[in-house]
Design a binder for this molecule. Structure first.
Ligand code: PBG
Length: 334
């Protein structure tokens, strides 16, 4: 019997899976510390880091431990840090005043981290009102309690200015207000911050997986964000958001969440010529940690697998709460 090639038994895909060295050599996707971005929370008025129950291993930092985490991130060679401020409860109000106070916790944290790491890490900040408002929405409300898009934009413009003044390299508008990238670009340019870049949360779905983040930022949100974040049933809408954000001046675009939306990551990656990020969010983190804590999945393998999948789907950069740990593992050659 003559051997047939291009089919079994001549062709055997398993030959390229025989050894770790073979698998490593033919791997199409690799993770690198530089493409990982660490989201980090810093809480005002605490002297010890506060552990998050729904995100085991993640804390609300003190100013001091945030600086240490940033230094550790630099040592691990990761690309950036995305800062979220958690103001004291008593300072939150309907318009999110701590978000535009030059001495608000987020601005203080940006200055701290910049002083600690300089330009060795891309310092990014969440540009959104929900961490700073007493109602927990990403914008200001009108008399009927609805989100006032255009009034919110004015707040975002002011936030962009104070964050840039504090020394941030990149702002991350995450509120999904129409026109936000444009007003932020104009505000930055108008204040002489032409070099501050915008990582736009271009595609952001109204997701149940943000659950643990509410604990992380002490949000008192009631209801949901479905009038501003996207419906998970829709894919084409993401292309529309993309078109708008690019036209408004986004330097980089983001898809969020990551794992349940890998088709969208691929769609966006195929459509753009700017860097694409994906955010592996709090609920994605919590699912893996919870299952691993129960002994149901292999934690370390699951982390690498999810990150590789997000990368394979086309994200050049990944925000993940495991960023430093994974970078350290990659540096050890794991
Ligand atoms: C809004 C914002 C959220 C997250 C990042 N920026 C919450 C939301 O949109 O509801 C979620 C991040 C995560 O879940 O890890 N400021």
């Amino acid at each position: 019997m003559s051997t047939t090639y291009g089919s079994f038994p001549g062709t055997r895909p398993r030959r390229l899976r025989t050894t770790p060295a073979m698998r490593r050599m033919v791997a199409e996707t690799r993770l690198h510390p530089a493409e990982l971005i660490l989201p980090a929370f810093v809480r005002e008025g605490v002297s010890e880091p506060v552990p998050l129950q729904s995100m085991p291993g993640v804390v609300q930092h003190t100013r001091d431990t945030l600086r240490k985490a940033a230094a550790e991130a630099v040592a691990a060679g990761i690309g950036g840090i995305m800062l979220f401020g958690v103001p004291e409860e008593s300072k939150k109000d309907a318009v999110g005043t701590p978000g535009t106070d030059p001495d608000g916790i987020l601005q203080v944290a940006i200055r701290d981290v910049r002083a600690e790491v300089g330009d060795d890490l891309v310092i990014m900040s969440d540009l959104c009102l929900d961490e700073h408002t007493d109602h927990g929405h990403c914008g200001v409300l009108d008399a009927e309690g609805r989100i006032d898009n255009d009034a919110t934009l004015e707040r975002y413009a002011e936030m962009a200015r104070v964050q840039a003044d504090a020394g941030v390299h990149t702002v991350g508008p995450s509120g999904m207000m129409d026109g936000q990238v444009r007003v932020i670009r104009e505000a930055l340019d108008g204040a002489g911050h032409q070099d501050v870049s915008i990582l736009a949360y271009t595609v952001k779905y109204a997701s149940a997986f943000y659950g643990p983040f509410r604990e992380a930022v002490g949000s008192s949100l009631k209801g949901d964000r479905k009038t501003y974040q996207q419906d998970s049933a829709n894919a084409r809408e993401s292309l529309r958001e993309l078109e708008l954000d690019l036209a408004e001046g986004a330097d980089m675009v983001m898809v969020k969440p990551a794992l349940p939306y890998l088709d969208i990551v691929r769609q966006i990656a195929d459509a753009v010529d700017v860097p694409v990020a994906a955010y592996q969010i709090s609920g994605e983190y919590a699912m893996v940690e919870a299952a691993a804590a129960n002994g149901w999945i292999d934690r370390d393998r699951a982390i690498m697998e999810t990150l590789t999948s997000v990368r394979r789907a086309g994200a050049g950069m990944i925000l993940t709460y495991w960023a430093t740990e994974v970078a350290q593992r990659l540096n050890r050659g794991e």
